[in-house]
Design a protein around this ligand. Sequence first.
Ligand SMILES: *[C@@H]1O[C@H](CO)[C@@H](O)[C@H](O)[C@H]1NC(C)=O
Ligand SMILES: *[C@@H]1O[C@H](CO)[C@@H](O)[C@H](O)[C@H]1NC(C)=O
Ligand SMILES: *[C@@H]1O[C@H](CO)[C@@H](O)[C@H](O)[C@H]1NC(C)=O
Ligand SMILES: *[C@@H]1O[C@H](CO)[C@@H](O)[C@H](O)[C@H]1NC(C)=O
Ligand SMILES: *[C@@H]1O[C@H](CO)[C@@H](O)[C@H](O)[C@H]1NC(C)=O
Ligand SMILES: *[C@@H]1O[C@H](CO)[C@@H](O)[C@H](O)[C@H]1NC(C)=O
Ligand SMILES: *[C@@H]1O[C@H](CO)[C@@H](O)[C@H](O)[C@H]1NC(C)=O
Ligand SMILES: *[C@@H]1O[C@H](CO)[C@@H](O)[C@H](O)[C@H]1NC(C)=O
Length: 796
Amino acid sequence: MAIPAVFLLFSGFFTRFLPGYAAVLPKYPSQALPLTSLFNNKAAASVGNPGSANFDGAGGAYDSQFLPTGSWEYDGLTSQFALPSSWDENEDNVLAQGQVLRLQEPTFVHELHFLYAGDGTGAPVESVFTLNFADKSSQQVDLYAKNWWVWANINRAAIITPYHFEKTGINLNKTNMFEWSSSVPSESPLESITFPPAATSNRMHVFGLSITPSTTDASNGPALSVRRARFTTRWQDINGVRAQAVEVTLANLLPGSTLSQNTSITTPHTVELVGSGVQTVSAGVINRLVPADQARVDVFVTGATTNGNAVVQIRDSTGEIVATSEEFPTSPLVENYTPDTDSLSMHETPSWWNAAKYGIFIHWGVYSTPAWAPPSEYAEWYDWDLRQPPNASNPTWVHHLETYGEHVIYDDFIPDFTASKFNASAWVDLFDRAGAKYFVLVTKHHDGFALFDTGNTTHRNSVQLGPKRDLVSELLQTAKAEKPDLHRGTYYSLPEWFSPDFAKYGFGSWPGGLAHNAFNVSPALEPYTGRLDIDDYIEDLQFPQMIDLAVTYDTEIMWCDIGGPNKSLDFAATFYNHAMSQGRQVTMNDRCGILPDFDTPEYATFGSIQPAKWESSEGMDPFSYGLNTATNASEYKNGTTIIQTLVDIVSKNGNYLLDIGPTAEGEIIAPMMNNLLDAGSWLNFAGDCVYDTGYWFPGSQDPNPQANTAPARFTTTPTTFCIVAFTQPIGGKLTINKRLPVLTGDDIVFLRPQGPSAPLTWNVDENSGTLVINIPESEVMAVDYAWAFQVHYKLN
Ligand SMILES: *[C@@H]1O[C@H](CO)[C@@H](O)[C@H](O)[C@H]1NC(C)=O
Ligand SMILES: *[C@@H]1O[C@H](CO)[C@@H](O)[C@H](O)[C@H]1NC(C)=O
Ligand SMILES: *[C@@H]1O[C@H](CO)[C@@H](O)[C@H](O)[C@H]1NC(C)=O
Ligand SMILES: *[C@@H]1O[C@H](CO)[C@@H](O)[C@H](O)[C@H]1NC(C)=O
Ligand SMILES: *[C@@H]1O[C@H](CO)[C@@H](O)[C@H](O)[C@H]1NC(C)=O
Ligand SMILES: *[C@@H]1O[C@H](CO)[C@@H](O)[C@H](O)[C@H]1NC(C)=O
Ligand SMILES: *[C@@H]1O[C@H](CO)[C@@H](O)[C@H](O)[C@H]1NC(C)=O
Ligand SMILES: *[C@@H]1O[C@H](CO)[C@@H](O)[C@H](O)[C@H]1NC(C)=O
């Protein structure tokens, strides 16, 4: 098929012609929306007069000297914001109170960009904007608002300042503003945007808004633009060459309402990088790109340099070059990290982690002996909870007194943490059958008891005490030998509650210093069994232990907890370079006190696509990671909950880390095991809709009773598109009230235990785009948890 005519559309945008190339694609557009008329809050102040602003309602403020001014561009220039030319003079942001921002004229929009911050101090908070269209329809956009700072930790942010003003004094936690972008369905021109209603806490502040307008002339075929071409730190060995992944995102800027064969890419198009020194070793392939959609593809290259430029070049299925992008700055593959933020901030999650989607988290330690918490507390916090406060109104204190008596202290549980039935082969076999692609084992929780050989840093570990075994080594070595495709991760708590050595660094719920006996019996200060004399907690314990996990135990995921005082810059450089020297790629979460590869919402998910990688973790128990014998197993997450949570997260660009709590003997109790296996049985036949998929740019379908549509999630691969319905289709039909990238000639099959069904009949209503797939009741009845339909693109 010949496409060239299609690209003549862009003649009006030509910035230049490269010899031998076809059309130069227009730069991805972005237009700042004027917001000044809605400004109602002053967020920034200067050192001389910090009281002149009140961002958070408590007298807090950003320091204006760290904020960019004027026209400001983010993410490879793809979102442009109009910031104040000088902060600290006037009001500078919109504190959301249900205001309505009218566009100067109704405009078809492809993507909407926000520069914002929440003014709370904790986890992200749902914040809903409403888009109002000319055809009187509306659409809600869930911006999961990150707060301007998060205690003892760091958020990934667009703008990072080193501190903020408080009413009196300065708070030295890093303080941020964030960028987030959302697709817009573009069935009709956008007329106005309604801000979230007023809130009393975690209020939403918007500093900038911008739109990427659609291209409305559909007469010449797809309106392509390269949204970004990002030289990543991911790589792959290709024919003995270490090739760097360049993530290219291609947009079709036509409005969704124009979707047809003629306005879409429907045949294999290859994507290459061409530029100063850059050689494409393996091209990316885009088989399908419909209006209002974006496709992401990895192109593998060598030879990128620090100061070069390269263009994205697209060939059609005949091999003819049909389009070329404007230039993007190149950046070489980092092969040697240095312990500084410039170098380390480039690092990102490896491809294997992005493809894996599903991991098992294991909270196992001395707390598995009492294995108890009142409803809505974490059982692994037993040692801390016992003392909060130590009196008869505290259920943990009462439980301890009644069960063990006042003379049993926490360290007395160590000998009963026996691991006597621990069988590493059985565990990794279970994780594999559960469909997990990685695991993360707690190697030391806040109680300071390590499950590995901590050498001369401390003898408070399972090698010297309790089981007298190196449990981390057993599990990681067994996984390496028996399930080489299962990736191995380690959780590590940076602080310890009661380590005397941590006292000088203590903060919040991690004060350090010996625990006071909860029952005022002797000894009044409890021992810290196994402690060795060291000079400095960070230098002599935390840092060497982390290095050991990286270098001796070869962990692939460093899953830190809590953040706080750390030596993680040095750690990360060693961790990444050690892995690189062995030809492995590894990753680190957002709780190591420094630059993260991914965010980790806890017992929470994001309700919308987050382009930056993230991973949700939660226990199978409704509120505990460690085993809690007070929880009735009927309350555990079952197959339905696990699968629907996983698919929902994957459809929004996240991974799911589902936690189990083994017993002190090292057994995974039957109800936990069974629920894992239930989920595994579904993944066994429908895993193609989960593993190694990408999110679909326009997002999910939420239930709409009027339209008789089921909640559904969507995932993509280069050759397929998946629809996963969360309620059993009834009446022999599945109805999806969204314009999907499904075109005449595609096959749609239903994924079921005995293998994919024969192609099903289906049709799309040309006006509304609604898809109806016909599926016999007998087929859907034979499947539990979720109903996966896989569209195979016809590749002409
Ligand atoms: C971070 O904020 C908390 C709570 O206000 C405060 O206790 C702590 O000292 C701050 N950390 C730093 C490094 O200033
Ligand atoms: C698509 O293009 C073909 C060939 O140019 C043309 O015959 C057909 O009418 C077009 N269809 C639509 C829906 O524009
Ligand atoms: C327990 O301690 C808390 C905090 O000191 C106090 O408010 C509460 O009254 C005490 N309750 C009992 C039953 O002693
Ligand atoms: C450990 O588990 C494996 C796999 O389930 C099993 O084959 C083996 O017999 C078990 N070993 C022991 C000592 O029970
Ligand atoms: C622990 O041993 C290492 C290597 O043998 C040594 O470099 C380090 O100083 C020792 N640390 C302490 C606290 O004794
Ligand atoms: C981690 O350590 C770095 C370097 O010492 C420090 O700047 C950072 O604030 C620490 N992180 C936290 C969350 O305390
Ligand atoms: C656990 O839940 C089941 C089902 O709701 C119930 O029948 C059973 O009595 C509960 N068990 C306990 C110990 O609460
Ligand atoms: C699974 O758990 C969900 C949520 O608790 C519940 O609504 C559903 O009925 C359970 N499914 C089965 C088969 O027990």
